[in-house]
Ligand binder design. Structure first.
Ligand SMILES: *[C@@H]1O[C@H](CO)[C@@H](O)[C@H](O)[C@H]1NC(C)=O
Length: 546
């Protein structure tokens, strides 16, 4: 009986091992695993504990110099510590993981890690017989003296790598180490940081947004943050000579957003795309964590869609979305797989009190990136028919469900790239129109669909120095849809028009009056003021105009 069990176990083990080896081998060659899995392998293995950590450095031009340790024993974290930027060197953190119940007498569980040149024990009073063990790149490990720990919450269960002097770790249970790994990097390569998790991954419940007791709800739209791996590069900072000409892009962007969040205390943030400036984000995860931390720290729910730059770094749209989706306070979703793009979804904001009914529906759609048919339609891509069909079906389904409500219900929408109708210069506009809208050359009819379904306003990003709202009217002259811009918020994105200051837009909703008021807040200058404040919806109807 025992022998049979052992034999089956061995057979199963061998089968597992072959499968894993094959997967790793094939994945290395052809990237068969989806990026979301490929890039996050170290983080998602409940029940595993880390028993060793090391760094393997290799020479990238010598073909026999390998950057991979024995895959039977070691799991490699798929991030080159030189960010793929060094001509000569590559280096990867490797971890040895074991199932807790399979620990044997030789195994020591990692309890803590420190980074530095000196043995951390030098500055420490004797703590039993645990010693710090040295590993490459300045890593020190403190491991258990006994293989069986009893208290698995103390064990390090996952290790990850982040980049940049400004790297932050917003994941619950995780802790980023203060000091960078010691490598012979040049200044242009961002420092790398170790982040560790102890215990089991925590559950991250999704927030349920709801209209406040006073009937109000405030949405902040942060457009085009353009965050990097590391502090990034300032583009067209305004005013040019301010602060002695010194400008740290992401520091300034995050300070601005943090300040305005504290001041305005929005109930929800919409990130309308280009949060990540792909070109300067060789580790997109580090960029994502920077904006996520702002909201998580303040317990503010946020919903993100993508622009044309988010996926130009190390993560594609699907991987970015699965990362953002997994973070606390995130309402972001990839949306149905059968619909083009990643991030076609809606967010319901419930009526005040304990009602399970929705008061506001926010539709968020993916406007993709560059034109798939540059010859006929230059510039940017457009919303596809299946997305518009999905939107109409969803809106009609929800409308049916909302009919039974006794209270007012309103619909709003957010996209990244403006719609062709944003070009209508005959429309009444409030705010600045400083550049021709870079809407797609092909009109797939989303504006008409929004009007048909009774959406009151749509807001986009993408053109950083436009911050106007434009009023679309019916052929009879009745206001039917406001089309707004958020106005660029990030210093890592362009802003090259004289006197243009970074800004964010607010939508203040008052359900008592079924009213929407919008305004912007500036990063520099008259920062206390509500800029271009206007009522755009009243008694549930689109209003405004001369
Ligand atoms: C480096 O290149 C590899 C292979 O293209 C990629 O998987 C990885 O995300 C890149 N960035 C880092 C930080 O390793």
């Amino acid at each position: 009986m025992t022998r049979r069990v052992v034999r089956t176990a061995i057979q199963l083990g061998v089968l597992c091992m072959i499968t894993v080896l094959l997967l790793i081998f094939v994945d290395n060659r052809y990237r068969v695993l989806p990026s979301s899995i490929h890039n996050h392998l170290p983080a998602h293995h409940p029940g595993l504990v880390i028993v060793d950590v090391t760094v393997k450095t290799c020479n990238s031009i010598n073909p026999i110099s390998s950057c991979r340790l024995d895959p039977d024993k070691w799991h490699r974290i798929e991030k080159d510590l030189y960010l793929n930027k060094s001509w000569l060197s590559r280096a990867y953190v490797h971890v040895q993981r074991k199932k807790e119940e399979e620990l044997d007498d030789d195994d020591r569980v990692v309890l803590d890690m420190k980074i530095g040149r000196l043995d951390p024990a030098n500055g420490e009073k004797g703590e039993g017989n645990e010693r710090w063990e040295a590993r490459p790149a300045g890593i020190w490990l403190k491991r258990s003296t006994k293989p069986h720990m009893g208290d698995s919450q103390k064990a390090v269960t996952a290790v990850d790598v982040l980049f940049g002097a400004d790297a932050v770790e917003p994941r619950p249970g995780w802790e980023i180490k203060d000091h960078p790994l010691l490598l012979d990097t040049s200044a242009e390569i961002q420092e790398s940081r170790i982040s560790i998790r102890r215990g089991n991954p925590s559950d991250v419940p999704k927030p349920i947004p709801r209209i406040n007791k006073d009937g109000k709800f405030k949405i902040m739209q942060a457009a085009d943050l353009h965050l990097a791996t590391g502090i990034g590069l300032c583009r067209d900072p305004e005013p040019a000579g301010w602060n002695g000409g010194k400008c740290d892009a992401d520091t300034r962007t995050l300070d601005f957003i943090g300040k305005v969040l504290d001041d305005e205390k929005p109930d929800l943030v919409v990130l309308s795309g280009d949060q990540v400036n792909g070109d300067t984000a060789p580790d997109a995860q580090s960029a994502v964590f920077k904006f996520a931390e702002l909201f998580i720290k303040r317990k503010i729910p946020y919903a993100a869609i993508f622009g044309n730059h988010d996926d130009e770094g190390s993560l594609n749209r699907a991987a970015l979305m699965s990362l953002i989706e997994s973070l606390p306070y995130s309402l972001s979703e990839p949306g149905p797989a059968t619909v083009d793009g990643v991030g076609n979804y809606y967010v319901e904001i419930l009526a005040r009190g304990t009602s399970q009914h929705s008061a506001l529906t926010l539709y968020l759609l993916d406007t993709h990136g560059y034109s798939p048919d540059e010859k006929n339609f230059r510039g940017y891509d457009w919303l596809k028919k299946n997305q518009i069909d999905w939107f109409k079906e969803t809106a009609q389904g929800l409308k049916h469900a909302h009919k039974q409500y006794t209270h007012v219900h309103m619909d709003l929408a957010f996209i990244h790239i403006p719609l062709p109708e944003y070009r209508n210069t005959n429309n009444y506009i409030v705010g600045s129109f400083k550049e021709p809208p870079t809407a797609p050359g092909f009109n797939s009819g989303f504006k008409d669909a929004l009007v048909e379904e009774g959406v009151l306003l749509v807001s986009c990003g993408h053109d950083h120095v436009n911050d106007y709202c434009s009023l679309d009217k019916s052929p009879e002259g009745a206001p039917q849809l406001w089309m707004c811009y958020g106005g660029g918020a990030g210093f890592g994105g362009y802003g090259g028009y004289d006197g243009y200051h970074r800004r964010v837009r607010f939508f203040e909703i008052d359900m008592n009056e079924a009213r929407v008021t919008t305004y912007k807040r500036l990063e520099y200058g008259d920062t206390e003021k509500r800029l271009d404040e206007q009522i755009i919806v009243d008694a549930g109807k689109v209003v405004g105009g001369p």
